[in-house]
Every structure is written in structure tokens, then in C-alpha cells.
Design a protein around this ligand. Structure first.
Ligand code: URA
Ligand code: SF4
Length: 252
């Protein structure tokens, strides 16, 4: 049966990843991607095709997405935007971070994660010894939801194709979703970020690790040590050997 086969393949993929990471068996906290569970909700996005595009082709695909987003009217979020925020970063990124949607600073500048949450995201990236310019940062909706409310399901659906095309163009080595809305966009069965953060999933064959949204961490600094655990997992999966053992993503 197709679903069983897909689940089986995914499990084998995860086992292979673990074997490569030198683990003898899968930790009980690691589960196959919920997209294949019996509840059967389908992921919003189709799995990305294998990377065959050259760097200039990928750049052109990303530029095209940015152009289309700038004049998109596919959902009501277009009405109040100042600037659409397609996303930015490296062409061949080890990590694609996916947030929820632009806030006021992002809407004004056209760039993702440049406000307070963005400053914390920069620190999270630095904590795994990467620089912002080495990763890619995008959101599930490209236009600012009014009053920073959560994007509504019709808005997420309307915008999904852009993120899908970005993932297909980038083929990141790992996806890190920030907070529940971003995580649910890719893993529809997820109900609580606390239930999935720091665990490994796959999306279209790409390893995916959810963690807390930096805006949540600003409001709840007590959760930072957990976010640091998640980032350490991300680093391990990318083969990054961390020099420091215990820095929770710094003060804020
Ligand atoms: N929060 C997000 O989710 N995305 C941004 O780009 C900025 C803040
Ligand atoms: Fe288009 Fe996405 Fe902006 Fe909605 S949020 S108008 S779908 S780019």
C-alpha cells in the first residue's frame, strides 16, 4: 500500500541518518514524519524534487519567487502590506529556517527576521557556529498579518506554493521550523510545538527539526535551554562540532 511504503521508506531514511550519526538504534523520541500517520492529513506542500538545478538556475528560481511575491494578491494579506518579505540567504544553505510571517520591521524593510525576534534568531544561528548569510530564512506567509496575528489557514494555503518553490530551489540539508504555525504548515498533524520540538522529522526527504519561535523565547526565556538542546541536535545532524557546551541562546 502506498502510505505504508512511504512510511517505511521514511523510517529507513531516518534509520540511515541515525546510523551515519553513529547511533545504534533510534531513540524512542524520534518518530516518522506525522504526514504518514493514520490520521492521514496531507502535507501542505508536495515533496521537493531532487536537486538538479545549477546555482544560477536556483538563483533565478528564487528571484522569480521574490518578483511574484512582490505583486501577489492571492490572499487578503496583500491589502495592508508595505513590502512583501520573500526571504533571503545562501543559495546552498545547510539550514532553511522557516518562521511564521513578517512583523512590522520586516514589513517596513522587506527582509525577514530583522526585528527583536530576528536579533535572537541571529544569536541562535551564531550558537551553532554559523552566520546569518550562510543560512536561508523564510516565512510561511510573505506578507504581514495585521496586528501580528497568526496567519489564517486560507492565507497559509494561498502562500504555500512560494515556500514550496523555495524549498525545491534551495534543497537545504536541514529545515528548522520556528514555532507551531511554521511546523504545522509542513507537518499538518502536529498539535503542539512542545510535543515535537527537538525531534527529527523529514519533509520531502529533507530532515526537519522544529524548535520554538524566537518571539516565544523572548516572552518565555525559561524555554531557552530547550531551544539550545534543539540547536545542538541541529548542529549534530549537520556535523558541526560545537566548541562550547552550554550556552543557551544568549540573553535575548
Ligand atoms: N517573525 C517571523 O515569524 N518572521 C519574521 O520574519 C519576523 C518575525
Ligand atoms: Fe500572496 Fe502570500 Fe502575500 Fe498572501 S501572503 S498576498 S499569498 S505573497
Amino acid at each position: 500500500m502506498f502510505r505504508m511504503t512511504a512510511a517505511h521508506d521514511r523510517l529507513r531514511f531516518e534509520l540511515a541518518v541515525h546510523r551515519r550519526a553513529g547511533l545504534r538504534r533510534m531513540s524512542p523520541r524520534v518518530s516518522p514524519a506525522p504526514a504518514t500517520t493514520a490520521a492521514g492529513a496531507r502535507p501542505l506542500f508536495a515533496p521537493a524534487p531532487a536537486a538538479t538545478a545549477t546555482a544560477p538556475e536556483r538563483q533565478a528560481q528564487l528571484d522569480r519567487v521574490a518578483q511574484e511575491v512582490a505583486s501577489c494578491t492571492a490572499c487578503k494579506l496583500c491589502e495592508q502590506r508595505n513590502r512583501a518579505v520573500p526571504g533571503e540567504g545562501a543559495l546552498d544553505p545547510p539550514i532553511l529556517f522557516i518562521g511564521e510571517g513578517p512583523g512590522a520591521d520586516e514589513d517596513a524593510s522587506g527582509r525577514p527576521f530583522v526585528g527583536r525576534a530576528g536579533q535572537l534568531l541571529d544569536k541562535m544561528i551564531a550558537a551553532i557556529q554559523l552566520e546569518r548569510r550562510q543560512v536561508y530564512i523564510a516565512n510561511i506567509v510573505k506578507c504581514r498579518p495585521p496586528e501580528n496575528r497568526q496567519p489564517e489557514p486560507d492565507e497559509v494555503r494561498a502562500c504555500a506554493g512560494y515556500l514550496e518553490r523555495q524549498i525545491a530551489a534551495l534543497r537545504p540539508r536541514l529545515i528548522c521550523t520556528l514555532g507551531l504555525p511554521a511546523t504545522r504548515a509542513l507537518l499538518p498533524d502536529v498539535r503542539a510545538i512542545s510535543a515535537v520540538r527537538g525531534r527529527e522529522f523529514t519533509y520531502g526527504g529533507v530532515p526537519l527539526v522544529p524548535t520554538f519561535h524566537p518571539a516565544y523565547l523572548l516572552r518565555n526565556p525559561a524555554a531557552k535551554p530547550q531551544a539550545w538542546e534543539d540547536l545542538q541536535l541541529v548542529a549534530r545532524k549537520l556535523g558541526i562540532v560545537l566548541a562550547r557546551r552550554n550556552p543557551p541562546p544568549a540573553s535575548n
